[in-house]
Design a protein around this ligand. Structure first.
Ligand SMILES: Cc1cc2nc3c(=O)[nH]c(=O)nc-3n(C[C@H](O)[C@H](O)[C@H](O)COP(=O)(O)O)c2cc1C
Length: 177
């Protein structure tokens, strides 16, 4: 048995009481025996992407973000939809990886948890496949506030089962990669 695979979890919402952060935290607890999930909380600290700043390893926050992606075996993204698309902060963070090969063949799992979320979910899949990521599994959780308690517990059985299916597939992909 090798060591536990490392997953970098990124929330597209930077809100303190974000349902997307709650979902990632719940998943990290559910799977702590199988994989090591680290929540990256710095997307709102990254500068606005500008190709002129994209030299060398980039600004310090960007260099750290890139290092965390490099060191992870896979990346789990969980995001809300903002105005029928991705939140700007998440899109900005991903733009900082475009000049790299960090996501080339990197296994990713994609969750959109949003009032509706369909368009952001499609946009995220298009974006990640465009930068070469290997999309292992994805899940759309609409109306998440009816499925996750204020304390961050996933109370809806179908949502729990969807998350288990996504994570089982994702962990299998990581072990085969
Ligand atoms: C600026 C903004 C735009 C939004 N636009 C959408 C939208 O287009 N579609 C949607 O499903 N929800 C939209 N919402 C609602 C979010 O889905 C909802 O606030 C969600 O809970 C945010 O996730 P969080 O709790 O992780 O922050 C929007 C929310 C904000 C703040």
């Amino acid at each position: 048995m090798g060591s536990r695979k490392k997953i970098l979890a990124i929330s597209g919402s930077t809100r303190a009481d974000s349902v997307n952060v709650h979902i990632l935290t719940a998943i990290a607890a559910m799977y702590s025996g199988e994989v090591a999930i680290t929540l990256y909380t710095g997307i709102d600290q990254l500068p606005h992407f500008n190709p002129d700043l994209d030299t060398g390893n980039g600004p310090a926050t960007v260099a750290d973000f890139r290092k965390q992606i490099l060191e992870a075996d896979g990346v789990l993204i969980c995001t809300p939809e903002y105005i029928y698309s991705l939140p700007g902060s998440l899109k900005n963070a991903i733009e900082w990886t475009v000049s790299t090969i960090l996501f080339t063949d990197k296994p990713v799992a994609l969750i959109t948890a949003s009032s509706s979320g369909q368009k952001a979910h499609e946009a995220l899949a298009l974006l990640m496949s465009t930068i070469g990521a290997k999309i292992s599994a994805s899940l759309l959780i609409s109306a998440p506030k009816t499925k996750i308690s204020a304390a961050g517990q996933i109370t809806d059985e179908a949502t729990l089962s969807g998350i288990r299916q996504l994570m089982d597939t994702f962990i299998r992909t990581l072990s085969e990669n």
